[in-house]
Design a protein around this ligand. Sequence first.
Ligand SMILES: [Zn+2]
Length: 130
Amino acid sequence: MRKPDLVTIGTVITIAGAHKLYNDKKPLNWNLEEFGKCSQWHGHNWTIDISVSGVVNRENGMLINFNKIKEIVYRLDHTSLNDTLKLPTAENLAKYLAKKILRSQSNIMQVAVTVWESDKSSATYVAQYE
Ligand SMILES: [Zn+2]
């Protein structure tokens, strides 16, 4: 059988979100040492760079509608990220979004999400269909 054509699409979305980094299984001192100022509530404008690979749907000519990706990401806009994730680091946020997008459609094979929490700091997670 012929292998299907794989395509990759990309988009960048910015959201605003508050978080604090705090592991409630650990004592206060541990958290202050581990996370410093980040153990207090604060916010970021998160820049989220998303790359999706998979097989184009022949009926609509698309891998995934960009609006669908936006919808998934914008659910977190102007929220407290701690309501969605136990420990909302850039790493965990990238993983959460990559898995959510991967699971949203069966024709998606891989999703790479890079979360920028400032213009110099990012985390990337790659989720793959198994
Ligand atoms: Zn932060």
